[in-house]
Design a protein around this ligand. Structure first.
Ligand SMILES: [Zn+2]
Length: 107
């Protein structure tokens, strides 16, 4: 029987420092974003030397099959845009670093 050897890693500045952390995995408290009847739960995770955001989405779908398919197509398209914005262009995300009301000149 193979035995998995894992080295304990210290807690981070942002992890929950409780039962959510493991020997070599540290997890933040979950942040919940609600919109309409849907919600997203985001957790920051460090596993070994890799760090990532874990996102769980719950999005209600229409009972009408054609509308549900449209909703799923929209979800897939926007998730692709979201991943691109967060991973490839983190400083281009609207609302981050942009302060149009301050930079706008009075006419
Ligand atoms: Zn921890």
């Amino acid at each position: 029987m193979a035995r998995i050897q894992r080295d304990e890693t210290p807690h981070t500045a942002w992890c929950a420092r409780d039962h959510r952390c493991g020997l070599d995995e540290h997890r933040s408290a979950a942040k919940v974003v609600a919109g309409g009847t849907g919600r997203a739960v985001v957790t920051r995770v460090r596993a070994g030397d890799v760090e990532y955001a874990e996102v769980h989405l719950r999005i209600p779908l229409s009972r009408r099959e054609d509308t549900a398919r449209t909703q799923l197509a929209t979800l897939l398209r926007l998730l692709g845009q979201l991943l691109d914005a967060v991973i490839a262009r983190p400083y281009a995300v609207p609302g981050r670093g942009e302060r149009p009301a301050i930079s706008r000149r009075a006419a």
